[in-house]
Design a protein around this ligand. Structure first.
Ligand code: KG4
Ligand code: ZN
Length: 355
């Protein structure tokens, strides 16, 4: 592969189809500045909502419908000809096999057709690097050593980052991911999917101390959220509501208090473990990314906890927290400029590990 001089601008087109969002982005940049001429996301929430979760076959059928449309939209928004793209990238894992396959096949097809390189990107690396993606501040690709908390629907992990592609796993969930716990508890309360934003909305104004819910495994660097989910299920009023299925039994004040108590239990665990690891590994920067990091209460409590310990804190901008292709394009750009490349024969991997 021809290695571009570090400062030459590179144009990346990236697809993200690891789960239920179809996304395409075009990013152009060098080591210090970048611009995002196109970032398109087609949400499939409406298609999956009635099933209370993601149906893989529906997700892949929709990726097939949306991806070509988004590619067209992105190319015209960026006013760019396909031949001007330097590298085609796609999420290669982790995620749903039948969904990953679609984005990766399209990116590989474009790369082959246009004789350009292809880069497979780890979805988790996309999340991990997203707090460093800042178009308004004109870019800046310096990935400083730090502790990264990734909290999404499928993953909850603490990663010690020494630089690009130099990662050490500190802790991960042994059962449910934080986002999964939000989704399952929301479903249990009849709030629908995705649960995180719905629980956050109902938690506003609720009493986070009304219910004494467990904060599990505080002595460990790993996480566990399934006991918390079960504890919510067996709160007397919730159990009774679930038995009768009459929503009026769970009045708004009660619902607010359950949501606030549950949300605070998750935040307490995330903040305590992140701060403990930051001190143990002596980092002076903490970042948070992934869908759950849209949660304003989590962002502000983590920021405040870091401030009290004199640790710098960075979060991805809210639009970059949930799945999108801009973060995949950013990871691909950094990797491409650092000389990484992928084989066209490289396969997608639903269980692709970050470290
Ligand atoms: O990163 P993401 O879009 O997809 C995965 O890679 O999994 O994360 C989706 C998860 C869902 O579980 C969703 O409920 C959660 O992020 N989420 C939130 C909020 N917004 C999305 N969780 C808590 N509070 C939110 N405001
Ligand atoms: Zn994600």
């Amino acid at each position: 592969m021809k290695r571009l001089p570090y400062n030459s601008p590179v144009t990346v087109l990236a697809l993200e189809t690891s789960c239920d969002e179809t996304a395409v982005a075009i990013l152009r940049g060098n080591d210090s500045r970048y611009e995002l001429p196109a970032s398109e996301v087609a949400s499939q929430v409406a298609a999956h909502e009635k099933y209370g979760g993601i149906v893989p076959e529906i997700a892949s059928r929709n990726h097939l419908i949306y991806a070509p449309r988004l590619l067209d939209r992105a190319a015209s928004a960026a006013k760019i000809a396909p031949s001007e793209i330097d590298v085609f990238a796609a999420t290669s894992g982790p995620g749903l096999a039948s969904s990953l396959m679609i984005g990766a096949s399209i990116a590989k097809g474009l790369a082959i057709g246009l004789c350009k390189p292809y880069l497979g990107v780890n979805h988790l690396e996309g999340h991990l690097l997203s707090p460093f993606f800042n178009i308004e501040k004109g870019g800046g690709n310096d990935i400083k050593p730090h502790l990264s908390l990734i909290v999404s629907g499928g993953h909850t992990m603490l990663v010690l980052v020494r630089g690009l592609a130099n990662y050490q796993l500190i802790g991960r969930t042994v059962d449910d991911a934080a986002g999964e716990a939000f989704d399952k508890v929301a479903k249990m309360l009849g709030l629908g999917y995705p649960g995180g934003p719905k629980i956050e909305k109902h938690a506003r104004g609720g009493d986070p101390k009304r219910f004494d819910l467990p904060r599990s495994m505080l002595g460990s660097e790993n996480f566990s959220f399934s006991g918390l989910k079960t504890a919510v299920r067996y709160l007397p009023k919730v159990a009774q509501w679930r038995l009768t299925q009459t929503p009026c039994n769970l009045d708004e004040e009660m619902l607010s208090d359950v949501c606030a108590s549950f949300q605070q239990a998750i935040i307490d665990v995330l903040v305590a473990k992140t701060l403990a690891a930051a001190q143990k590994y002596r980092v002076n920067l903490v970042t948070v990314s992934g869908g759950v990091s849209c949660n304003q209460e989590l962002r502000s409590q983590l920021r405040e906890a870091c401030r009290r310990k004199g640790i710098e804190f960075k979060s991805a901008e809210p639009w970059l927290c949930t799945d999108n292709a801009a973060m995949i394009a950013f990871a691909a750009l950094l990797r491409f400029q650092a000389g990484f490349h992928s084989q066209l024969t490289g396969e997608i991997d639903p269980n692709l590990a970050l470290v």
